[in-house]
Design a protein around this ligand. Structure first.
Ligand code: BG6
Length: 477
């Protein structure tokens, strides 16, 4: 695109929560960093005008974007306009006239049930056609609720849009840790030579949250932890650990490698052995009593939705033969703790005793850092060992933190598809979890007390000699 050419970022569903809390604050910060030049068109059925939309955005920024002065706002608000309309071809045709031949992104900040309708109506209004600048469509997770519905949505989107125009947001791919998994792996020579079944015993990916439903009962009770966290976010982290190094950083090359490792995941034929689920009961978190899932407002008292899910994956290729990958995530656990932990095999002969376990841990929560658990001689007269931790935060203290939305929105306007899953990645991820969803349509999740480590049943997944790392497991010297 020539410099100075107008581009538009259209948010379909601009009066909703996603726009208010995440999209506009991220756009504003990018603008403050001089990274954002697109005009923002808010599109919604509400009886709003430019002034009303701007007032609404300003309120959200005051709540979520930190301090900014009137001068900054006065300049920023000139980027914002509002277009009233429904998700119909007629209304989108008015939008099309406003856009003309400008390059444009259409961000569907809508309930997932409306993705197909909106994408088709946009295309019918001619908005997906490449007559001038670029045309891109952004959809958020969930991408379907199983393999069949994901495929149905793909067909709908592909009726009017080419795959290269579709950006599927998985905000985990914009997180520092996700990006660092590959950067750290592929820039440090000593790692690639041990990145295989010969040296790695297991990989544990944990995303533990203290929060409960946060008012999202309508979505969550239909989704559950497996769909909400494992099929997408944790599967992406798994992919970044397990994929082969690509030859180039080109998006297609990354997608091919990511898809290939997902394809190599052994189909789960026995969910009883390879998956575990739980639902939180009342308990205490950080000294505060919280109710159980079934007592949450609006949740049916018979709900069987899981609020905790764990999975064991095996990858049928040379690199990972026999190595278990454990993935788990749950709500209302004892602490906010998230990590990707790589467990190395012990040295073949313990000259200085046994039990010298090495870990390489990519910590995500509560703070982001890399820890390497190593062993060294205990200073003194005896020849004994002690554990040390080589630890480094990703960011230096004075360095700014960028949100995943900032990273990913910038990638969308720059046309960088590398941090967005291509359809075949999504498809493979559904293929992996589909048998578990089918199996879980029967029976009930195991109850676990809020504030703990999750259901007992998760230990069933562990292979002999292994155990889950504890939440907050100390890796200090
Ligand atoms: C969302 C899930 O995609 O990710 C939420 O729907 C979850 O249930 C959230 O809490 C976790 O991500 P983050 O970045 O907020 O820790």
């Amino acid at each position: 695109m020539a410099q100075g050419e107008t581009t538009m970022f259209v948010i379909i569903g601009a009066s909703g929560d996603l726009t208010y809390r995440l999209l506009m604050p991220a756009i504003f910060r990018l603008w403050q960093l001089k990274q954002w030049t697109s005009l923002v068109v808010g599109y919604a059925p509400d009886d709003w005008d430019d002034a009303k939309f701007r007032g609404h955005v300003r309120q959200g920024l005051e709540e979520f974007a930190g301090d900014f002065g009137d001068d900054a706002w006065n300049e920023f608000e000139t980027l914002l306009t509002f277009c009233r309309g429904e998700l119909t071809m007629n209304d989108f045709s008015r939008l099309a006239r406003q856009i003309g031949s400008a390059g444009a992104v259409f961000y569907l900040a809508l309930p997932p049930a409306l993705f197909g309708t909106a994408a088709q109506a946009l295309a019918q209004a001619g908005l997906s056609a490449l007559s001038g600048g670029y045309r891109r469509l952004v959809v958020e997770k969930p991408i379907g609720r199983d393999l069949a519905s994901a495929e149905a949505l793909r067909r709908q989107l592909h009726e009017g849009w080419r795959e290269e125009q579709i950006y599927r947001m998985d905000h985990f791919l914009g997180k520092e840790t996700a990006q660092n998994l590959l950067v750290f792996r592929l820039t440090n020579r000593f790692l690639e030579s041990i990145w295989d079944a010969e040296h790695i015993r297991s990989v544990q990916i944990t995303y533990a949250e203290t929060i409960g439903l946060e008012g999202r009962w309508r979505y969550y009770d239909q989704a559950g932890a497996l769909r909400d966290m494992l099929q997408n976010h944790l599967m992406q982290l798994f992919t970044l650990v397990a994929m082969d190094p690509p030859a180039t950083w080109a998006a297609e090359s990354l997608h091919n490698h990511r898809t290939e490792v997902l394809r190599a995941v052994r189909p789960i034929t026995n969910p009883e052995e390879n998956a575990a689920r739980g639902q939180y009961a009342a308990g205490i978190i950080a000294g505060r009593t919280v109710c159980g899932y079934l007592q949450e407002e609006h949740i049916p008292s018979q709900s069987r939705t899981e609020t905790f899910a764990a999975l064991k994956l095996k990858v049928d290729n040379w690199r990972w033969h026999g190595v278990p990958f454990y993935l788990r995530s749950g709500k209302r656990l004892g602490m906010d703790w998230a990590e990707v932990a790589i467990e190395l095999k012990e040295v073949p002969r313990g000259l200085f005793g046994e039990g010298h376990k090495n870990w390489l841990i990519f910590r995500m929560k509560p703070d982001e850092a890399i820890d390497m658990v190593v062993w060294s001689k205990e200073p003194g007269l005896a020849l004994s060992t002690r554990q040390r931790v080589l630890s480094t935060p990703y960011r230096r203290e004075q360095e700014r933190e960028y949100s995943a939305y900032e990273q990913l929105l910038l990638a969308v306007v720059q046309g960088d598809r590398s941090p967005f899953p291509r359809y075949d990645e999504v498809e493979e991820a559904w293929r992996i979890v589909d048998p578990i969803l089918t199996s879980w349509s029967q029976g009930s999740p195991e109850s676990y007390a809020a504030g703990g480590e999750g259901p007992q049943g998760q230990s069933r997944l562990m292979e002999s000699g292994g155990q889950w790392r504890q939440l907050g497991e100390s890796v200090t010297d």
